[in-house]
Ligand binder design. Structure first.
Ligand SMILES: *[C@@H]1O[C@H](CO)[C@@H](O)[C@H](O)[C@H]1NC(C)=O
Ligand SMILES: *[C@@H]1O[C@H](CO)[C@@H](O)[C@H](O)[C@H]1NC(C)=O
Ligand SMILES: *[C@@H]1O[C@H](CO)[C@@H](O)[C@H](O)[C@H]1NC(C)=O
Ligand SMILES: *[C@@H]1O[C@H](CO)[C@@H](O)[C@H](O)[C@H]1NC(C)=O
Ligand SMILES: *[C@@H]1O[C@H](CO)[C@@H](O)[C@H](O)[C@H]1NC(C)=O
Length: 300
């Protein structure tokens, strides 16, 4: 056999043994309800994870094993109640051991299993870095305590500058909460993801975890209150945003407000129609990226 053929055979064989017993990794089928019309975003390649906690599916993540961080998480928004839980960080055993229980698991107090360290980000990667842990699916957008706890898994997190995470990005999460709480009458689907740097990408901890240049988010609320105030007319059924994660990025995608408070300057968030977000994603990924089925046109 030529080397190429044997390589293909080896890859196929290892795929065969790689298939997880439980369909928590590699397949969105068990958790399609977290996507509008059961239609996960198209155009991005990665490892699907049905995020399971205490034996229930909580949300869905398209994970990049190479970057040890997510491309996006998709979830159903529910009106939040209660306080942000204390962070108890978890990992996904099934990324390290295909046959493992598909429930996310708290990190042990001591050393972490080497296969887990190889297969995903661990707390050590973030400790002493200049980055905070930026949620894709934020605990703020969930009602149940267990749904909130489930967002604290490192596969749902990217390295985010505190200037973004504690500032404009948090304000975006709160504004989306207020807008959906006030005018969304049915289910609200949210997808939040990242855009990588085009070159000289920073990584955490010796090239282990990739840092994104931008974060993006979009919601789809097909059933909404049609007596919207004038300023929210364009915000339904769908709207989107892109946030800077690097104060030094150029300003074509998101301009900088020079009057912003110093600690948040350069971490601006720009709200935009879904079409505009998809144009930016197309340019940066060199691929057509579709976030929602028929752009959440609401044609049921
Ligand atoms: C973080 O830095 C502190 C102070 O330099 C050091 O004591 C600690 O061991 C470091 N922790 C990790 C996980 O590297
Ligand atoms: C952006 O990056 C900074 C670190 O540069 C990090 O603290 C922040 O959480 C990131 N923001 C997002 C939304 O990822
Ligand atoms: C989310 O929106 C609801 C309804 O407006 C509001 O009561 C609640 O305080 C908001 N939560 C946060 C954290 O902004
Ligand atoms: C729709 O919004 C209007 C004005 O904000 C409000 O009076 C009305 O109660 C809302 N309807 C529903 C079904 O929430
Ligand atoms: C931005 O660039 C300046 C000058 O090169 C550098 O000192 C600073 O650390 C950079 N900021 C970020 C968030 O990378």
């Amino acid at each position: 056999m030529s080397r190429l053929v044997s390589l293909v055979v080896v890859v196929l064989l290892s795929w065969g043994t790689w298939r997880p017993a439980a369909a928590d990794v590699g397949d969105f089928a068990p958790c399609l309800r977290f996507f509008y019309r059961s239609w996960p975003p198209k155009g991005l390649l990665g490892t699907p994870i049905c995020q399971r906690f205490l034996n229930q599916y909580r949300f869905a993540t398209l994970y990049s094993r190479a970057r040890r961080s997510p491309w996006f998480s998709g979830y159903l928004y529910t009106l939040p109640a209660g306080k942000r839980p204390a962070a108890s960080w978890k990992f996904e055993p099934q990324l390290a051991y295909p046959g493992a229980d598909g429930n996310m698991t708290p990190f042990p107090p001591g050393p972490v299993d080497q296969n887990v360290v190889e297969s995903q980000a661990v707390e050590h990667d973030y400790i002493n870095s200049t980055y905070s842990r930026g949620h894709m699916d934020p605990s703020l957008h969930h009602r149940s305590h267990d749904d909130r706890l489930a967002t604290f898994t490192l596969t749902n997190v990217v390295p985010q500058k505190a200037g973004s995470n504690d500032g404009p990005w948090q304000i975006l999460e709160q504004r989306v909460n207020k807008t959906l709480a006030a005018y969304c009458l049915g289910d609200a689907y949210i997808v939040t993801g990242v855009i990588p740097y085009q070159s000289e990408e920073p990584w955490l901890n010796n090239h282990r975890v990739a840092v994104p240049e931008y974060m993006w988010s979009a919601y789809c609320c097909p059933k909404f209150n049609s007596s919207l105030p004038e300023k929210l007319k364009d915000f339904f059924p769908t709207y989107a945003a892109i946030g800077r994660n690097d104060s030094n990025s150029t300003e074509e995608i998101v301009p900088v407000d020079p009057a912003a408070k110093k600690q948040f300057r350069g971490y601006d968030v720009r709200s935009m129609p879904l079409e505009t977000l998809e144009l930016v994603l197309k340019e940066r990924f060199s691929a057509v990226v579709s976030v929602f089925y028929e752009r959440c046109s609401g044609s049921d």
